[in-house]
Write a protein of this length. Sequence first.
Lengths: 174, 552
Amino acid sequence: MTTQIIKNKAIVDDDWLVLRPESDTAPESVAVPEGKVIVPLKVWQAQKESLQQRKAIGVWLASDERPEELKNELSRFQVIAVDFPRFADGRGYSLAFTLRNHLGYAGELRAIGDVLRDQLFYMQRVGFDAFAPRPDRSIEDALKGLSDFSVKYQASWDEKIPLFRRTHRKEKTA
Amino acid sequence: MYRYDQYDQTIVDERIAQFRDQVRRRLDGDLTEEEFRPLRVQNGLYLQLHAYMLRVAIPYGLLDSTKLHKLAHIARTYDRGYGHFSTRQNIQFNWVKLDDAPDMLDELAAVGLHSIQSAGNCIRNITSDQYAGVAADEVIDPRPYAEILRQWSTFHPEFAYLPRKFKIAINGAVDDRAVTAVHDIGLTVVHNEAGEVGFRVMVGGGLGRFPMAASVIRDFLPWQHMTTYSEAILRVYNQYGHREDAYKARLKILVKAIGGARFAKEVEEEWAHLKDGPGTLTVEELQRVSGYFTAPAYETLPAVDTEVEHHLQTNKAFANWLKRNVKPHRVPGYNVVVLSLKKSGVPPGDASAEQMDAAAGMADRFSFGEVRVTHEQNLVLADVRNQDLYEVWQEAKANGLATPNIGLLTDIICCPGRDYCIMPNAKSIPIALAITERFDNLDYLQDIGEIELNLSGCINACAHHHLGHIGIYGVNRDGEEWYQVSLGGSQGNNTAFGETIGPWFSSDQIPAAIERLIEVYLRKRNDEERFIDTVRRLGIEPFSDHVYGIPA
């Protein structure tokens, strides 16, 4: 199945499947289909031996899970996704920043779940480079959210140097 | 005061463009109300009982005359001719139409004002000492640090969807006038033994349903690390703060749950990733920002002005005002003048457009064009010469800004309550007005002396009722409004939360109950003892006994 996502500031086709098993299924019993699948952290941990044989595998973190759990395995994934169960649950921003900045993850980092246009600018700042906007919304519209601001005061993942170190700021003349 | 450069202006302008589009998409139905709500709220726009309310940020309470004239214009053009100054040094307009909001923001941006992050689950407006730069007891001017924090926190991408709102206050004086102990982060600028500048860092303070005083997690943080250390605190909070129950989502609950020491350890571990990194502040940046907060061109003046002394001897009303509303200034011959927004018959903290214009005009002629907003909901002219005091008094009086009640019982700190706000279930303004009316006799008020009365319409404590020497808050039970009274709270260096004196009062019982509390004080006080000191000495029992009619 092909859908569209935003990746590197462009709309692209995507053939990854985000696996969201029923919550009452034990992680070791979850059936992982063939092909490119992004599995929940718990499924990865329970079925690591077989899943790591695959050519392509991705993992997703829930907002209450810790990125440190993937510490020594980051290079095994073609994609890591962070789930936003509600757009107002902001834990995913710190998760993403921690993955990038503290753990050094350099691969695709995808925002999934309740992903909406008006949060995309912040998401790209903390380290997301791929976004799967909610399917009931226009992806073309969502793309516009990436360019809401041209100035950033503070450092984050996208801009390592805060404004005061990047520019020579002078008082505005009257 | 700070003035925007091209970067500051661009950010504010781009936010307005973004918001204008968000409003359009909301009106077109492309955004649901649930999706729109945090976007508008983080731009200061609340849906209240009767209309939208726009809360304009006044960073650390500092205004100039141009800004204040603009606020007057906004009040006249888009509201009903007045605004309400809040306990967080902001101003609220209560009768706003949604489709007017972007135009209001355009007008505000033209003079360097905005409503960014004045509400919502994000880092809110940074508050500070209303007497910063002029206070006689100031150790270090906190304003440059407050401005640096404002910029750092503005649109911080990681901290816009926190578990709950996040408030930072900063104080640089001996006497804490910024209520730092009840903020999520309370910073005090201090010197260490080597004479270097840094901060004592407190976290996890707050009021509301579970009032808590902040815990010190670091005795000295060198100033260069102010923002990286704050970032570490926020990152720990953002990941581990409760999110299910709004009443348990403030940082104070997390700090209480795991303890200050454990929280400090988490912060230090997180900070280890950031310490000395590019977020570290530079001397150049501090100097740049400090350059906006230099002292105005003070004249060399005699400490005493003979004409003022003459008026003082012959004019009792002027003398009263001088005693109550004029505070010491660090420079000889200058004074800090408080313009009271606590006139009898007017909701506490409300100012009409005419009063704002008048205050701005006085600022231009008598106080280097600056005005401050206090968290006690009054305005301040911070640099008034002795020789101008009489004229300032007359002009303030003519504009209803000279009620000589600063620090007295009728200087009530009060939230908007159920007359406007959607949160509380009880009214606060009519109670405040009834108390003010009861204590309208100035000699009586003067005799009672210094006392802080804080009145909130609900448990959320926007009026800081826990900190009131007398605190009142309201609830609604079975369609009736009831009020609880507490005694012995205080803000500042000895922050304390008041103790409830007993059963609830109906709204019409409150003025008499307050009067009875005062009766006990007047009977039992020693010499010059203030109300709060008598309460501390005697405890609440004699007060509650008298209020509830138990014979002594």
